[in-house]
Design a protein around this ligand. Structure first.
Ligand SMILES: Cc1cc2nc3c(=O)[nH]c(=O)nc-3n(C[C@H](O)[C@H](O)[C@H](O)COP(=O)(O)O)c2cc1C
Length: 485
């Protein structure tokens, strides 16, 4: 793999990041794939075939000009995440989680810089010129209600009361050449902002970036605290401001290096049927519902634009690994900022769609430490939405290893004492266990640590000591070479 530490500073945009990924043998180019079901299904096959799938760059999409491309999974591996965030080459996924948590100890947001020009202005379609079908928008899964132009998108909105700009990833379905529907789950910050406009009877202006630096996707697709713009969060990671341009119609900030940005407004009462859509939990969970639509008035795009795509599916998907690593790092950071000490690791398993089965490992320092860790992980901003299980394990258990975690649950928890249920917790229509109309679920926290009060008397683990293992390994190196890496 190329040594990308040799590159000079943060990448400029998606294109430069893809070049670096390709140099690191992390990019697959495929030509001639149909937008209708083939892109989604090929992505699924590649992601279900084995570990470490590459980013996939689709070009020469039938019916579209060469150069009008779609990329899937741009940041979805340890190495691509490290490239995106500017971390050293990781040996293991936990290295990325730890690097994120370490970064956040000194991370300071950097506000975006407003500039007058940038590649996104290379083409501007106005009003009647707007035609979203000029882009190779994928139809991802057989039962979907339509083509989705925004899956790995950034929905950019200004809070009219608190004067800040939120950036969130919310799916956007193509209704027709000039209209898209936005699906924002109850409680999401973008939805709260939209409600502020609608309560006043006002239209809600919005930008939707449909191709951009994966660093912005990491902010948009994860829960950054209310009031902190994801642009400033991303600037803090790059060590330099995100460059934004004021949009023509509503003066909203659009990333100057984005590939495609739509501008328009949602109007109170103006809705269309949205969905269904195969979702990240692995189900078509939510029903078709009437959702506000964006009437698109401008489309800004680069020459040879690249649409960024995230295809949700039964995990793993083309973004579930990145979600897992980011959630793990963000939860670790948040629970430490809440004052918790001796956290050894956090892992939000992809099998739980990186939200539903999260494991925290701690070195127990006092009675109640494990419950505190569990409660914080279950209710901090990054760990709250659509959670289900939080398991806390001792430091000798690798939280990324489901076998070890299940062994700890099986042998170090007594269900009557060690499982607590939280009720009325934040979920939403994508939770396959909710009936239509329900918005809240419950959560189990499982304390799978040795009981603190008698941990010193707890049965010793039946395993050779490290010294004995080393001694025998040395002596039988030839025999073991067949079994150990
Ligand atoms: C690829 C991807 C797609 C997502 N799609 C949606 C969606 O359609 N609707 C939604 O409410 N949340 C969706 N999310 C989750 C939100 O982006 C996430 O909760 C984010 O924190 C929302 O922004 P906010 O914190 O500003 O509300 C998605 C996340 C990712 C990574």
């Amino acid at each position: 793999m190329a040594n990308y530490n040799a590159y000079d500073g943060p990448h400029r945009d998606l294109r430069e990041l893809l070049e670096r990924a390709e140099a690191a043998d992390e990019l697959l180019r495929v030509d001639g794939v149909e937008w209708n079901l083939e892109m989604g299904t090929l992505t699924e096959l590649i992601h279900h075939a084995g570990p470490n799938p590459p980013a996939i760059l689709f070009d020469k999409v039938p019916g579209y000009p060469e150069g009008f491309r779609v990329v899937s999974g741009a940041g979805n591996s340890s190495k691509r995440l490290a490239l995106t965030l500017g971390f050293p080459v990781p040996r293991t996924p936990m290295d990325v989680v730890r690097a994120y948590r370490d970064r956040m100890k000194t991370h300071a947001p950097i506000s975006p810089e407003t500039v007058d020009d940038g590649p996104v202005l290379q083409n501007v379609d106005r009003d009647d010129e707007v035609d979203l079908l000029k882009f190779p928008v994928p139809f991802l899964h057989e039962r979907d209600g339509g083509r989705y132009i925004g899956t790995d998108d950034l929905v950019i909105m200004h809070d009219p009361e608190d004067d800040w700009v939120n950036v969130g990833t919310y799916r956007s379905m193509l209704h027709d050449r000039r209209t898209v529907g936005l699906w924002m789950s109850p409680g999401k910050q973008g939805r709260q902002i939209r409600e502020k406009y609608f309560r006043e009877g006002k239209p809600c202006p919005v930008l939707i970036s449909c191709g951009h630096d994966p660093l912005l996707s990491l902010g948009g697709g994860n829960e950054v605290r209310f009031g902190l713009s994801e642009f400033a969060w991303a600037g803090g990671h790059r060590g330099r401001p995100v460059r934004t341009i004021r949009s023509e119609r509503y003066g909203l900030p659009m990333p100057a290096d984005s590939e495609i940005v739509l501008e328009g407004a949602m109007h109170p009462g103006d809705t269309k049927a949205e969905g269904p859509f195969g979702e990240f939990t692995g189900y078509y969970a939510s029903e078709v519902s009437d959702e506000p639509v964006v009437r698109v008035e401008r489309v800004y795009y680069r020459n040879d634009p690249i649409l960024t795509m995230a295809s949700p599916m039964r995990p793993p998907s083309d973004f579930s690994f990145s979600k897992c690593v980011m959630k793990s790092g963000m939860i670790w950071d948040e629970i430490e900022h809440a004052g918790l000490n001796d956290v050894q690791g956090v892992w939000c398993h992809e099998a739980g769609a990186a939200r539903l089965f999260n494991v925290v490992s701690i070195r127990q320092a006092y009675g109640g430490h494990a419950r505190q860790a569990a409660l914080l992980a279950a209710s901090c901003q990054s760990g709250s939405y659509l959670g289900r299980y939080v398991v806390v394990v001792d430091e000798d258990i690798d939280p990324t290893d489901l076998f070890e975690v299940l062994w700890a649950i099986s042998t170090r928890s007594n269900p009557v004492d060690d499982i607590e249920i939280l009720r009325q917790t934040w979920s939403g229509p994508l939770d396959p266990m909710l009936r239509p109309g329900e918005r809240m679920n419950s959560r189990a926290i499982i304390d799978a640590c040795r009981p603190f009060e008698w941990r010193d008397e707890f049965a010793p683990v039946a395993r050779a000591s490290p010294e004995l293992r080393d001694e025998v390994r040395e002596k039988y190196r030839a025999v073991l070479s067949r079994f150990e890496a």
